[in-house]
Design a protein around this ligand. Structure first.
Ligand code: PLP
Length: 404
């Protein structure tokens, strides 16, 4: 076989000082002797050894190398190295879903008798996971208002191990002061875990703001085209290694095919997040002046009460906004049902614009009192703005709004 070491030398560029988009395209790639330009997909469950002695050395970890794809896989590793580079973290662990990423972090870093403080405004399944599958193992949980730093401080007890949040929140786009909460976490010897799904590292890097761990649902903007389910955790080696241990023994690892899809998604992440943000801002500005719209929640708008804080920690507003219409649930449903192009689905982070009515879907299980406390009115509509021409998105919403 031809010796490709010289060829590999030619293409092993030093990316130490490379910019975000360069890392997004090139970080983590190791070419094989086939000289493929794009990244290969390694669909293999196990790996062969040259001898029994080599197998023994690989299994014991004495010699690094591939053993079994629940433990490591070259395509998954390329995705992990690329996302770690983009988030500015030492290590990344890829998982089968965003929920698997959250649970792996929880069981790696907490045990029975520990306490978790979580923002009240987290993804619905995250809330269910905490309530059903952490409490049963005697992990105590306190929910606090995302914006109320004093409430976070007051909730922390001697046994608190972790603080958990999403920013911007869904669907109200409230902003956590990540720097202040990172300070609080350091002071109280707790871990600050940030679900960075809505911003992605293209817009916000929580580790640089002082967070300890970043969580992703790769299903959303990292894929960007609504194809695969996956997740990831990024942070220091010290905090990621225990998570890798959980993945290896519990098993919710990422498939190589999905890793490849996400890897190609990362290559256009910067461009897409910019385009999602531009479309969302244009739509938010149009909604703000519409006579039937009573409120618009979008962090990119200068009128957002936390616009300044948001712009000090994220570079653009991102693709998700929500708004209220005059006329409550009936009016909100009319606007949704009048759309012809926009997809009625709860997913987000897709090239295709999606619309949901949080009050009767994602937040439908809450009691009226809980919904009021969370600020989710029946007049609220959430839009995850896609990459269609913005005038077409506006026209699709205008048909229902103008008819109210
Ligand atoms: C979708 C989502 C998750 C869960 O991710 P899955 O890939 O669906 O398991 C977690 N957090 C946020 C903010 C999400 O939007």
């Amino acid at each position: 076989m031809k010796d490709f070491s010289e060829f590999n030398g030619r293409y092993q560029s030093d990316l130490t000082d490379a910019g975000f988009d360069t890392l997004a395209v090139r970080a983590g790639q190791v070419r094989t002797h086939e000289c493929e330009h794009s990244e290969a997909i390694f669909t293999t469950s196990s790996y062969v050894f040259n001898s029994a002695a080599e197998a023994a050395a690989r299994f014991s970890g004495e010699v690094p190398g591939n053993v079994y794809s629940r433990y490591m896989n070259p395509t998954v590793r390329t995705f992990e190295e690329r996302l770690a580079a983009l988030e500015g973290g030492e290590l990344c662990a890829a998982t089968a879903s965003g929920m698997a990423a959250i649970y792996s972090v929880c069981i790696a870093h907490m045990q029975a008798g520990d306490h978790l403080v979580s923002s009240r405004s987290v993804f619905g399944s995250t809330n269910i996971q905490f309530e059903r599958y952490l409490r049963k193992f005697n992990v105590d949980i306190t929910y606090v208002d995302l914006l109320d730093i004093d409430a976070w401080r007051a909730a922390i007890k001697d046994n608190t191990k972790m603080l958990f949040l999403e920013s911007p929140s869904n669907p109200l786009t409230e902003i956590a002061d990540i720097r202040a909460l990172a300070e609080l976490a350091k002071e109280t010897n707790t871990l600050l875990v940030v679900d960075n799904c809505f911003c992605t590292p293209a817009l916000q890097k929580p580790l640089a703001l002082g967070a300890d761990l970043v969580i992703h649902s790769a299903t959303k903007y990292i894929d960007g085209q609504g194809r695969c389910i996956g997740g990831a955790v990024v942070g220091s080696a010290e905090l990621i290694e225990p998570v890798v241990g959980v993945l290896r023994s519990v098993g919710p690892t990422m498939s190589p095919f999905n890793a490849w899809v996400f890897l190609k998604g990362l290559e256009t992440l910067g461009l897409r997040m910019k385009a999602h943000s531009e479309n969302a801002l244009a739509l938010a500005q149009w909604l703000e002046q519409h006579p039937k719209v009573t409120k618009v929640n979008y962090v990119g708008l200068p009128t957002h009460p936390q616009h300044e804080l948001a712009m000090s920690q994220q570079t653009l507003g991102g693709g998700v906004l929500s708004f209220e219409v005059a006329g409550g649930r009936e009016a909100a449903w009319k606007v949704i049902d009048a759309t012809r192009m926009i997809s009625i689905t709860a997913n987000l982070g897709d090239t295709k614009t999606t619309v949901t009515h949080p009050g009767t879907t994602t937040h439908g299980r809450l009691t009226d009192e809980q919904r009021d406390a969370a600020g989710i009115s029946q007049a609220l509509i959430r839009i995850a703005v896609g990459l269609e021409d913005v005038q077409d998105i506006i026209a699709d919403l205008a048909s229902g709004l103008d008819a109210l």
